[in-house]
Structure formats: structure tokens, C-alpha cells
Design a protein around this ligand. Structure first.
Ligand SMILES: Nc1ncnc2c1ncn2[C@@H]1O[C@H](COP(=O)(O)OP(=O)(O)O)[C@@H](O)[C@H]1O
Ligand SMILES: [Mg+2]
Length: 256
């Protein structure tokens, strides 16, 4: 690619995914990449330090409360532990990005079932708060993609379905998968208000948020990441949506 590169420029090395490759340097200017890498490293360091304190305090609380705790307490404790571990993995991605300009994409045998269970567990509070029923096909298959990246896909889609796609009286998220010859089609469906036809392609653009989401938090980057990860592995992410049946996101990934 010549001239200016887009923020999401395809700049892929084997098993590494580069977000942006712009290096601006001239005799009198700073190297933006080096500067960015430094800031990311410094931030990661500070976040890690805070995480360590959080983890330590969490362990102390666990010790103090050991006599009075009950099932709800145990669940909350487990949940905080899972979230701390999730945050650690994100920080590790940030450090890797700062060091090499890429994040680990190394494909591996990944169980969609296991990752889905983890995601539902971590997002339990959002789902419970909104009384969302989840219907997951038993024995979701395996795919050949980096586990952490697959988790990013599922996290984004489940969170989106819960936050943007569940306005109905009886909110339900359904997850199914179909196996093709060499690929898996994963479907995440909600029964919400749907996405207007005019913006169905735009929601995959980085930073775009449809008008239906003006009251919910978000940055508009999630679906762009989902599609980019799927395409990295030779797959794709697409959607079908209407006001009556809601929205289905379909992600295609290589089968192991
Ligand atoms: N399941 C869904 N139902 C309705 N709208 C959705 C759904 N998923 C995504 N969207 C729309 O697509 C937009 C982009 O999604 P995303 O990239 O994940 O960004 P964010 O969630 O941060 O807003 C959302 O702001 C929302 O308008
Ligand atoms: Mg989102």
C-alpha cells in the first residue's frame, strides 16, 4: 500500500496483527511509533501495578470473610478473580503490541464451547441485571484460531447483544454453530429491535455507533475488531437484522 495508510491498514506478519503501522520520522520530528510504544509500556506498567494491588486486596478480603461467606459471596469472589485474570491478559496484549507493533494471533485448537462458557460467566452480571436468557447449542465445535482472539470475538458479540440488542420484554440470546467443509459458522442471535438496513454495513466501521445506541456506553470499535480478527484467519463477520426477529451476527472461522 502506498501513500497514507488507514488506521486499520492491513499490515500482517505471520501470526501477528498490526493495528497501525504509521511511522512518521524526519530529521526534526519524533518517531511517533517509538513514542506510542513508550506510552503504552508506561501505561501497561501502571495498570499492572494497580492490578497487583487489587489482586492482593482481593485475597485479603477473601481471608477475612472466610467465616461468614456464603454462595453469593463465593460467586462474586470467583467473578472478580476471573475479571482480574482477563485484565491481565489485555495488559499482556498491550505490552506485546508496544514491543513488537503486533499482538499474538498464533492459531491453535480452540474450543468454542469452553470460550463461550468463560464469556457467559464473566458477563453474568450484565445478563442477570437485564434478565436475559441465554440459549447455547450444546457442544459448540473447535476452531483453529488464537484462543484469546476468539474470546475477544465472543465477548464483543455477547456484550453487544446484551447492551444493544435486548430491548424486548423477554430478552433472549441464542448461540448456535454449523460446520462446513473446513469452516465453522458461529451465530449469535438476539431478539432486539434490530439494526436499520441503511447502517448494517457501517456498524463494522471503527468508531461507528448506530443511533439506537446513543444511550448505552461504548466506543464503536468492537465490531471492527470482530471482523478484523475473523478476516485475519480467512473468515468473516456479517450480520442479518430486522425489527421483528432481531439481529444475528455470523462469524466464519477455520475448523480444526
Ligand atoms: N446486537 C445488536 N443489536 C443492535 N445494534 C447493535 C448490535 N450490535 C451492535 N449494534 C450496533 O452497532 C454499533 C457498533 O457496535 P460496536 O462496534 O460493538 O461498538 P459499541 O458496542 O462500542 O457501540 C453499536 O453502537 C450499535 O449501534
Ligand atoms: Mg460493542
Amino acid at each position: 500500500m502506498s501513500g497514507t495508510r488507514s488506521h486499520f491498514a492491513e499490515e500482517i506478519r505471520p501470526h501477528q496483527w498490526k493495528f497501525a503501522g504509521n511511522t512518521v520520522s524526519s530529521p526534526n520530528s519524533i518517531d511517533i511509533d517509538t513514542e506510542k510504544a513508550y506510552i503504552v509500556k508506561a501505561l501497561s506498567h501502571d495498570i499492572n501495578a494497580q492490578l497487583m494491588i487489587l489482586e492482593y486486596s482481593h485475597q485479603i478480603c477473601a481471608g477475612i470473610a472466610s467465616e461468614t461467606r456464603n454462595r453469593r459471596w463465593d460467586e462474586a469472589h470467583e467473578h472478580v478473580t476471573a475479571c482480574i485474570n482477563g485484565l491481565k491478559r489485555f495488559v499482556s496484549d498491550m505490552v506485546s503490541y508496544a514491543k513488537t507493533g503486533g499482538i499474538n494471533m498464533e492459531p491453535e485448537k480452540t474450543s468454542l464451547q469452553d470460550v463461550m462458557e468463560e464469556v457467559l460467566y464473566e458477563q453474568k452480571h450484565i445478563l442477570e441485571r437485564r434478565s436475559i436468557e441465554t440459549v447455547i447449542s450444546p457442544a459448540l465445535p473447535h476452531v483453529f484460531a488464537n484462543r484469546q482472539r476468539v474470546k475477544q470475538i465472543l465477548n464483543n458479540l455477547i456484550r453487544n447483544a446484551a447492551l444493544h440488542g435486548c430491548d424486548s420484554l423477554k430478552p433472549i440470546i441464542t448461540v448456535t454453530a454449523e460446520c462446513g467443509v473446513s469452516e465453522v459458522f458461529l451465530n449469535v442471535c438476539d431478539n432486539g429491535v434490530g439494526i436499520p438496513a441503511a447502517v448494517q454495513e457501517k456498524v463494522f466501521e471503527p468508531g461507528y455507533r448506530a443511533p439506537n445506541s446513543s444511550n448505552t456506553e461504548g466506543s464503536g470499535i468492537g465490531l471492527a475488531i470482530v471482523r478484523k480478527i475473523a478476516r485475519y484467519y480467512g473468515g468473516d463477520a456479517v450480520l442479518t437484522s430486522d425489527r421483528i426477529s432481531g439481529t444475528t451476527f455470523q462469524v466464519r472461522l477455520p475448523m480444526i
